[in-house]
Design a binder for this molecule. Sequence first.
Ligand code: GAR
Length: 199
Amino acid sequence: MLRVVVCVSGGGTNLQALIDGVKNGNIRNTEITGVISNNCGAYALKRAEDAGIPSFCVSPKDYESRIDFNEALIARIEELKPDLIVLAGFLVILPERLIQLYPERIINIHPSLIPSFCGTGYYGLKVHEAALERGVKVTGATVHFVDEGTDTGRIILQKAVEVLPGDTPELLQRRVMEQAEWVILPQAVDEIAMNEMIK
Ligand code: GAR
């Protein structure tokens, strides 16, 4: 079984897609062993609790320095002994040491077709605002491995989504989630878990 730890910051709809995928068999050979949020009020934590998954808040507000927060985050993750870490709307810049501890073992979902609308400052609704401002007709989502750069790691899966006349950032965000994120994130985890089985 692939042991997966999911890191979240907000609503947790991608986390829910993973929970549902494990439950309905779309994600095979996988156990979500923990959910970690940097935001203690995140609805994602409630989703984890409802699913009976151990959930933890590691907030920078509870630490004197960024270094202390980073070490607490790494310690919590290591306790959960993950084979794979999934960043599902985790809006924290990862400590470099964490990335080095888990090479090609951390994946992220980004709400655009990388290399468009990605990198520093592009997260959440801002990505869709930028896409609408630029006037693209197609956008989408990307699952990629996490390396030391921002959204620069090897791409695993992408799915395109149409931009429609009259779209607002909120409407576009919802369509990208429904048609792309909630599809390719579970699919990527399933593929990694199945590959692991035949190794
Ligand atoms: C998702 O759209 C995810 O792709 C995005 O944040 C949202 C989290 O929603 N992540 C990024 O922008 C990372 N750069 P959720 O909490 O409902 O899954």
